[in-house]
Design a protein around this ligand. Structure first.
Ligand code: ADP
Ligand code: MG
Length: 751
């Protein structure tokens, strides 16, 4: 609706507040009335609860609440001018405030406000003068001075004080004042509520207008808590409504039913099953059945297959692809990295044998082809693959994001399998889906196990199948944390690598970056394979300088010089190598010719070399929990037990130390994923922090708010069932659009 209602929310702050007030707000990403109203306080100061002044550190920009103890003004003979000095206190500790002025009269304003006994918020950079901590020319706000009569001042002085995410240029009370200026004149009809009236009624929730007042201008703690809850629920409903609408949209699209081979027709799937060197696990059979049923329907499958590391998802996917090929269609398998795409190609060809050798000598009758499409392959290979895809000769096309290119055409694309989906966004998924005139079936696979309610949030538009068990007979993997500064343990680490190599096994050594010259946060490549720098956690400022992160090139050279590893061939793998070289290194590692592989996290997901038994991760404290679990999943996949050594120097009690000890203590991916989510900082889970957009979800936290999300999902599903387009609730539809703009919807996929 192009109504007057939302016009108020879109008004530029420069118009409402004036350009001078609006400019610093714009730096915080707040441009419109709507932006400002959704800029919620981070927390609240309770009047009378003073900041602990003993914790202040010179050089920090701080905002403190303290009581004025004393204020003096004097002339400065030596320099001329006047100085006002005030002492503020939290009780036991004092802080000095200093203001200079040319003339004494100028200071009167401050003197008048900073009367002893008054409480205020003071903000500035902590300095030290003759050993006393002080703020020079602090910006400040005295509680309750803005009102005229005594009674009103008492009320003001007892209200919780909202503390906003602020900056040095805009202290929190400026934001508070701006919010008041903007919010107070607005009426309920200026603030269309994304929550439909019936939802409000059902849950006994207050209107958006009231809730914004309560969160920004509370009189009591209960008010802002109530508002926070209602606004959080609103976010959950908006998100779930977006997902429910999407589900409904896709479910309404026609798809071709792919029932597989009919009796008497060539049956690749049956031939494949007959060749399979192992028996399918019960889980694989069950999930395989679900997928097979989905494919046989004439509406698009939308399924997420989440499986513990090493649970055998590839076979499930391959069998689904063969069902489609047997029905005359084609399947595309998208991998996040070239290393993984190449491995899938090898695996599929090996498992299929002559069944994948259509047109080749020795190929089976009615065989198909498996083609590979990646960004870095040569022109001739690419052209051949494109032709195989377009002509339909290739029943299966494996590739990286290059598969999404505009020139890639399929004769009859029936199924898209996305492996390790968290590296693909919604748009890419849609790109592939839109390519074929008719919607292909979609199977998304992830080895990052996701707790149920989280899956509901992040993958709410997909139905979920789970493969929890790994094939029987796997001996398991032992994990140890190795202190990086303990030379003896490090020596032992390399000795273990040697022992495994001598026993015919392989070892991975994973580093956080490629070359010693790389900055930690360098993103100097557009190669999708290079994962390491992005993946390294930003731990913020470190208290003590840390030794630089170990780099692939440096570590490979070092290991080559170790007497312990004398005569052992050491390979190097990272995203910056040419594709052919990556392939070559992986193949030689798999064959055992080069039994030690020093690499980045490019081996994090999916890489499958059953003979690998040792995973050494250097600077392990810098990796996320799920990531380490994935890395550990690279070993212990064959018949010999795996060993995972996490080399780290993590301070006891730090988040990093918790991650490592949790990892060493459990191999349950679901449990680890939950801990991981709990340890992550605000915003990380929904990716809100990355976009820098103000139109994001602010209050919702997927782990903590699981119940709320489940409730919101019910509401949203019911709403979409009543009106699949949500046109009946324009404010809800509008919230979906503004909060989940296309660039932002990525978070649905990435977290
Ligand atoms: P992931 O689920 O992590 O992608 P993969 O599909 O790579 O796991 O499978 C891991 C390994 O287990 C592969 O070497 C695969 O051949 C093997 N595998 C798969 N299914 C079975 C099974 N039912 N029995 C024994 N081994 C299996
Ligand atoms: Mg896999």
């Amino acid at each position: 609706m192009t109504d007057p209602d939302r016009r108020r929310l879109r008004e530029p702050l420069a118009t409402v507040l004036g350009p001078r007030t609006a400019a610093p707000l714009a730096q915080l990403g707040l441009h419109t009335t709507g932006d400002l109203l959704r800029h919620y306080p981070r927390r609240y100061a309770e009047p009378g609860t003073m900041t602990d002044l003993s914790a202040l550190v010179p050089g920090e920009h701080v905002t403190v609440m303290a009581r004025v103890v004393q204020t003096t003004v004097r002339e400065m003979r030596s320099r001329g001018g006047a100085i006002l000095q005030a002492t503020v206190s939290d009780g036991p500790h004092d802080l000095s405030l200093t203001f200079f002025a040319k003339r004494r009269g100028v200071l009167r304003l401050h003197e008048d406000k900073l009367r002893p006994g008054r409480v205020g918020l003071f903000t500035g950079t902590v300095g030290a003068y003759r050993g006393v901590l002080q703020l020079t020319h602090p910006d400040y706000q005295v509680v309750g001075v803005d009102v005229d009569d005594e009674a009103a001042a008492m009320v003001e002085a007892s209200r919780p004080i909202p503390l906003y995410p602020a900056s040095a240029a805009v202290p929190t009370w400026r934001i508070q004042r701006a919010v008041r200026t903007v919010l107070d004149p607005l009426l309920a009809e200026d603030l269309p509520d994304p929550l439909p009236p019936e939802v409000l009624a059902r849950h006994g929730l207050r209107s958006l207008r009231e809730s914004l007042r309560e969160i920004h201008e509370p009189y009591t703690e209960a008010e802002h808590q109530r508002a926070r809850h209602r606004l959080r629920f609103e976010e959950a409903v908006v998100l779930q409504a977006a997902l429910a609408r999407r589900r409904a949209e896709v479910a309404g699209q026609p798809a071709t039913a792919r029932v597989g081979a009919l009796p008497g027709e060539p049956n690749l799937l049956a031939a494949f099953d007959a060749r399979l060197p192992f028996v399918l696990t019960a889980g694989q059979r069950e999930v395989g059945g679900q997928v097979s049923d989905d494919l046989a329907r004439s509406r698009p499958m939308q399924r997420l297959l989440q499986g513990e590391v090493g649970s055998g998802k590839t076979v499930v996917a391959l069998r689904a692809m063969l069902q489609v090929v047997d029905s005359g269609g084609q399947a595309a398998l998208l991998a996040p990295t070239e290393v993984l795409a190449a491995q899938h190609l090898r695996t599929l060809r090996a498992l299929l044998g002559p069944l994948a050798e259509d047109g080749m000598l020795g190929g089976a009758e009615h065989a198909t082809r498996v083609a590979l499409l990646t960004g870095s392959q040569g022109t001739a290979a690419r052209r051949a693959a494109l032709l195989d895809a377009a002509s339909g000769r290739a029943g299966i096309v494996v590739g990286t994001h290059a598969l999404l290119g505009e020139h890639v055409q399929f004769a009859d694309l029936g199924l898209v399998v996305v492996d390790e989906q968290h590296r693909f966004g919604v748009e890419q998924r849609d790109a592939l889906r839109g390519r074929a005139g008719i919607t292909p079936h979609l199977l998304v696979m992830t080895a990052t196990p996701i707790p149920r309610t989280v899956a509901m949030t992040l993958f709410g538009d997909l139905e979920v199948s789970t493969l929890a068990e790994v094939p029987a007979g796997r001996p398991g993997t032992t994990t140890h944390v190795v202190a990086a500064d303990n030379a003896g343990w490090l020596a032992r680490t390399w000795a273990r690598v040697r022992e495994e190599v001598d026993a015919g096994h392989r070892a991975y050594v994973v580093c956080a970056r490629i070359s010693p010259d790389d900055r930690v946060d360098a993103r100097g490549t557009d190669d999708a394979d290079l994962v390491a720098p992005d993946a390294v956690l930003d731990l913020g400022p470190q208290p003590t300088p840390r030794p630089p992160l170990r780099a692939v090139e440096e570590v490979a050279a070092e290991l080559a010089g170790l007497p312990t590893l004398a005569g052992v061939r050491i390979g190097v793998l990272h995203g910056r190598l040419p594709a052919a070289e990556k392939d070559d290194v992986m193949a030689r590692f798999a064959s055992g010719e080069v039994p030690v592989l020093v690499s980045t996290t490019v081996v994090e997901v999916g890489v499958d070399v059953p003979e690998a038994t040792v995973m050494v991760v250097l600077d392990a404290d810098r990796f996320g929990l799920s990531q380490l679990h994935q890395l550990r999943g690279r070993v212990g996949r064959g018949t010999a037990p795996g060993l995972c050594l996490l080399v780290a120097d993590a301070q006891a009690g730090s988040d990093a130390a918790t991650r490592l000890s949790t990892l060493a203590a459990t191999t349950d991916g679901f449990r680890l994923a939950t801990v991981d989510l709990e340890l992550r900082r605000e915003g990380d889970v929904l990716g809100a922090s990355q976009s820098g957009s103000t139109s994001s979800l602010r209050l919702l936290r997927v782990v903590r708010d699981a119940d709320l999300i489940a409730l919101a999902r019910e509401e949203a599903t019911a709403l979409v069932a009543q009106d699949p387009t949500l046109a009946r609730w324009p404010a809800l539809a509008d919230a979906i659009e503004t909060w989940l703009d296309p660039g932002h919807e990525d978070f649905l996929e990435r977290a």
